[in-house]
Design a protein around this ligand. Structure first.
Ligand code: PLP
Length: 361
């Protein structure tokens, strides 16, 4: 028997499963399983990547100043209160490392993003799952679940995989009500998709216990490059910076992110197209008798009659090369999460589901 054992909690982690991207024996794959931008990144970001290649023998800049500056300009934020990471997942990881450990509780909602549980367990903390109300974050339930051991409360707004969100007053009520010493983490991976939403900036600015995280993986089409950031009160950013590896981001990552965030025209076009096709997709689903909540993100959560039907539709779509996401692991076994693709992609989804229904008729 080996005496070598990992820290408590680690063996309780079930490996994160990414969205599938291949189907055995099927070509012409359409991947709609990871909420990626169907148009890819801005051409300017691709050019910036190519330009940065010649310098890869050099260590990257450690303070990310040009990237923080660019983010600050676009969002009207103080660059001193921004921290950049290897995806926003790394910012979430820093938060767990810095503020939670054995005996501490990390709250997430019933259908919340899988990484919250994984990252909590990784530091030996106890993840606590809190019920939602009809697939919407329930502030009262979260407040009721808080204890003196609560250290972090993770909310994705809009949430993945539900696509729903709660308003500013509800979020402020949550920030006000969590125990002293706990931090509210506003995961804004999909914040850009909500017209007029600041991702929680005003709440961060008004309090010392709220931090917001954002990503280049969704709207900006750079999921493969891994870049995210957080904006929070000085005292929290100061703590997170101390545990960040100095060279966590490469010059390629930073150059791509700067070019992407500065290309406002490209981002606006992607947003407009997403909004248009998201409505189309949910209306077409409804016409086929498949309900979905009004999504504020770049995916739609389609609800089927039962688990069996969701699985059968998923298999049928896969056989036609269309990959969507089963979300049984999120407590939604009768649902499929479908990323909003381009027009052709959305049409393929609807054609596939229609053909499934016809095969059953
Ligand atoms: C995609 C996603 C993220 C993180 O993405 P990164 O690629 O690590 O920036 C974070 N939260 C939610 C809810 C997501 O869906």
């Amino acid at each position: 028997m080996t005496q070598i054992t990992p820290q408590p909690g680690i063996m309780d982690i079930a490996l994160y499963e990414g969205g599938q991207s291949h189907v055995e024996g099927v070509s012409d794959i359409l991947k709609l399983s990871s909420n990626e931008n169907p148009f890819g990144p801005s051409p300017k970001a691709k050019q910036a990547i190519a330009d940065a290649v010649s310098e890869v023998h050099r260590y990257p800049n450690t303070d990310h100043a040009p990237l923080r500056q660019a983010i600050g300009e676009v969002h009207g934020l103080d660059p001193e209160r921004i921290i950049c990471g290897v995806g926003s997942d790394e910012i979430l990881q820093f938060l767990c490392q810095a503020y939670a450990g054995p005996g501490d509780e990390v709250l997430h909602t019933e259908h919340g993003f899988a990484m919250y549980r994984i990252l909590g367990l990784a530091v030996g903390a106890t993840p606590v799952e809190v019920p939602e109300r009809e697939r919407v974050t329930d502030v009262d339930a979260l407040l009721a679940a808080c204890t003196e051991n609560t250290k972090l409360v993770f909310i994705a707004n809009p949430n993945n995989p539900t696509g729903t969100m709660i308003g500013g007053n509800e979020m402020a009520r949550l920030a006000d009500g969590i125990p002293e010493g706990a931090i509210l983490v506003l995961d804004g991976a999909y914040a850009e998709f909500v017209d007029g939403y600041d991702g929680g900036v005003s709440l961060v600015d008004a309090r010392d216990n709220v931090i917001m995280t954002r990503t280049f993986s969704k709207l900006y089409g750079l999921g493969g490059l891994r870049i995210g950031w957080g904006y929070g009160p000085r005292h929290i950013i100061d703590v997170l910076k101390r545990i960040r590896q100095p060279f966590n981001l490469s010059e390629i990552q930073m150059a791509a992110a700067i070019a992407a965030i500065k290309d406002r025209d490209y981002a606006a076009r992607c947003l407009a197209e997403n909004a248009r096709m998201r409505v189309w997709l949910s209306e077409q689903l409804a016409a086929l008798g498949i309900p979905s909540d009004t999504s504020l993100a770049n995916f739609v959560l389609a609800r089927f009659a039962d688990t069996q039907e969701a699985k059968a539709v998923d298999a049928h779509l896969k056989s036609r090369g269309v990959i969507v996401r089963q979300v049984a692991g999120y407590g939604l076994p009768n649902c499929l999460r479908i990323t909003v693709g381009d027009e052709t992609g959305c049409q393929r989804v609807i054609d596939g589901i229609r053909s499934f229904q016809e095969s059953r008729a």
